[in-house]
Unconditional design. Structure first.
Length: 158
């Protein structure tokens, strides 16, 4: 079981961390939530019944941990998203990535989860199962979220 857990941890750590980071927009807090997620995975792994894929199960645990933490703390750091024209003519990749996470942090909780899973290349059917909505609704929401983020990026890059 330990080898299996180590393999799961190695496979999913970065994905779960990025999901948590997109959710809370705070690196330390995201690491804590990701760590809590893997503690739960380790504790519950013997009870896993293969009713869904292991990744779906882990992402569901992570999203539940994110929701509980947000609810418990009642604070999602709302970043100081740039609305003015940046000083440099071309933002760096790091600036764009930071801006992306800031924009994601401003989305509604479910939208944050959906787009974070989409960014991890999780199949839309799996996202629907994790979030608990239909596949059609998932597709529509992903499209709308991408439109919102695109509009913010367009303003950011002008």
């Amino acid at each position: 079981m330990d080898i299996q857990f180590e393999e799961i941890y190695a496979t999913y750590w970065q994905k779960i961390y990025r999901l948590c980071l997109a959710y809370v927009n705070d690196a330390d807090w995201a690491k804590d939530i990701a760590q809590d997620t893997f503690i739960t995975v380790w504790q519950q792994l013997p009870k896993f019944r293969n009713e869904s894929g292991i990744g779906t199960w882990i992402f569901r645990i992570a999203s539940n941990h994110c929701l509980r933490q947000v609810e418990r703390n009642k604070r999602i750091p709302r970043s100081d998203v740039q609305t003015e024209i940046p000083d440099t003519s071309e933002p760096s990749i790091e600036d764009k990535t930071t801006f992306l996470y800031q924009c994601i942090a401003e989305l509604a909780e479910t939208d944050r989860l959906i787009i974070s899973l989409e960014l991890e290349d999780i199949k839309q059917a799996e996202i629907a199962q994790i979030v608990g909505i239909s596949e059609a609704n998932t597709r529509v929401r992903i499209h709308r979220i991408k439109e919102k983020l695109t509009q913010k990026f367009t303003r950011y890059e002008q």
